[in-house]
Design a protein. Structure first.
Length: 181
């Protein structure tokens, strides 16, 4: 994969994620905006998501294989619910994020299944514990802001999505249901 990119092949910057519904994106953006100014560079609410796995720069020719592998991932058979109820600052990333107090087992299982499905395609993340999060702002350097109202957002995902990051926007390339019929 690295050789293809070095040879100048066209590529896409890809990641798997759970999307937020439009009404939830608006509610989270309102809540974030009430934190005040000086929270860094706010992430556009249209980009709110919960990352499952970051793939990075991928040659265009490999996208079909990624989609085929993702389609074979065992799914939980029900929607995935994640309570985003903690506000944190991730210092090395300089990010203000919403996280769950407890990451649901079903979410960890989905992430693991995706990672395993991507291994034969050459994708292996550096081994580390999965940390579910929704990024509210980048380039944040201060302490955790005091919120007037506690964070209480329940993300309900009925599908997972392969996104392309392009010019500051995220574009859905493919989706797979989490529910079985």
């Amino acid at each position: 994969m690295t050789e293809a990119l070095e040879q100048g092949e066209p590529f896409k910057r890809l990641f798997f994620a759970l999307e937020c519904e439009a009404s939830q994106r608006r509610a989270i953006a309102r809540w974030r905006n009430e934190l005040g100014t000086g929270i860094g560079r706010p992430v556009p609410s249209a980009n709110f998501h919960l990352t499952l796995m970051f793939l990075g720069a991928v040659p265009n020719a490999q996208v079909a294989g990624i989609c085929a592998a993702a389609a074979a991932v065992p799914v939980p058979g029900k929607s995935v619910k994640v309570a985003l109820d903690r506000l944190e600052v991730w210092r090395p990333a300089r990010a203000l994020v919403l996280t769950p107090t407890k990451t649901p087992a079903v979410l960890r299982q989905l992430v693991y299944a995706l990672q395993q499905a991507m291994l034969p395609l050459g994708f292996s993340e550096t081994p580390r514990e999965y940390r579910a999060h929704l990024t509210l702002a980048r380039h944040y350097q201060g302490p955790v802001p005091e919120a007037m109202v506690a964070a209480e957002f329940l993300l309900r995902a009925r599908q997972f999505t392969l996104f392309e990051s392009r010019k500051g926007r995220y574009w859905s390339l493919a989706q797979w249901p989490l529910l079985t019929e």
